[in-house]
Design a protein around this ligand. Structure first.
Ligand code: A3P
Length: 302
């Protein structure tokens, strides 16, 4: 039944992206489907914190911020392991050990990561009333970042040309499915659950203000000096050179940073360097329709 639920969500774990798709993602996708019952039945604990995003919305950034907060700004403790091992990515299978097993073996309190749309989050997270932090990023920058990530990450399907990828994104035919439904689904869910909904653009504009929201949400109180240290340690420039956060630990056969670094630009508005005028008009028309019935709004530039 759950398998059929997954199949009804086009693009979520897409395995039919054409002849050029890599074998690895197909294997990974197969494994996700094969192990879906285990993912769906994952047993959350009441003190779990779930970090959730659409892919490329600033997941790694908020993970580092949260880890720094949880460790009172102790940089060495935050360098204990890569982001991938510090915060198990619950539905992902590659590379290395299956993340669910990492999560199960982890002592409480755990911080976990997912890109799942709200309707596919294992129900125990709701039953246990876990705290959730969601980060959303404007569609155009999110799409640009996702495109370059597909180019450099051999675990992802071939993106095709920019124009082709743009169309797939608009149609929701990409991994983790439709961006529009994702951001709206989580926006609605915050009415009934303990969700802190943040925006990449706000974090960029005023990291201090946004980190203070996270502190409040996690019921932590830190000295101003520690807060400043967290802000500094989680800037793009510092994280770009942090091997525990910049994904350079992945072999080039998995992530080829010479094609496009994981820590690529870290800005708001880079979409302007990618969209043609015609693409932008078409995107905006379609965007207005898809986002017409929500109070959720985004800033495409600062
Ligand atoms: P760009 O490709 O636009 O540079 P995720 O962690 O969800 O995969 O998101 C990756 C995106 O977040 C990349 O965007 C990356 O550069 C950006 N990012 C990571 N750390 C950041 C930081 N400290 N400040 C700003 N952007 C950051």
């Amino acid at each position: 039944m759950l398998q059929s639920k997954l199949e009804k969500l086009p693009g979520l774990f897409q395995s039919d992206l054409g002849e050029n798709s890599f074998l690895i993602p197909k294997m990974a996708i197969q494994s996700v489907c094969d192990r879906w019952d285990q993912i769906w039945n994952f047993r959350a604990r009441p003190d779990d914190l779930l970090i959730t995003t659409y892919a490329k919305a600033g997941t790694t950034w908020i993970q580092e911020i949260v880890d720094m907060i949880q460790h009172d700004g102790d940089i060495e403790k935050c360098k204990r392991a890569t982001t991938y091992l510090r915060h198990p990515f619950i539905e992902w299978v590659l590379p290395g050990p299956f993340s669910l097993e990492l999560a199960e073996a982890m002592p409480s309190p755990r911080t976990l990561k997912t890109h799942l749309p709200v309707q596919l989050v294992p129900p125990s997270f709701w039953e246990q009333e876990c705290k959730i932090i969601y980060v959303a990023r404007n569609a155009k920058d999110n799409l640009v970042s996702y495109y370059h990530f597909h180019r450099m990450n051999k675990n992802m399907p071939e993106p095709g040309t920019w124009e082709e990828f743009l169309k797939k994104f608009m149609a929701g035919q990409v991994l983790w499915g439709c961006w529009y439904d994702h951001v709206k689904g989580w926006w609605d869910a915050k009415e009934n659950h303990c969700i802190l909904y943040l925006f990449y653009e706000d974090l960029k504009e005023d990291p201090k203000r946004e980190i203070q929201k996270v502190l409040q949400f996690l019921e932590k109180d830190l000295e101003n000096e520690v807060l400043d240290k967290i802000i500094h340690h989680t800037t793009f420039e510092i994280m770009k050179d942090n091997p525990m956060a910049n994904y350079t630990f992945q072999p080039p056969a998995v992530m080829d940073h010479s094609i496009s670094p994981f820590m690529r630009k870290g800005t708001v508005g880079d979409w302007k360097n990618h969209f043609t005028m015609a693409q932008n008009e078409k995107f905006d028309d379609d965007y207005r329709k898809k986002m017409s019935r929500t109070s959720l709004t985004f800033r495409m530039e600062l």
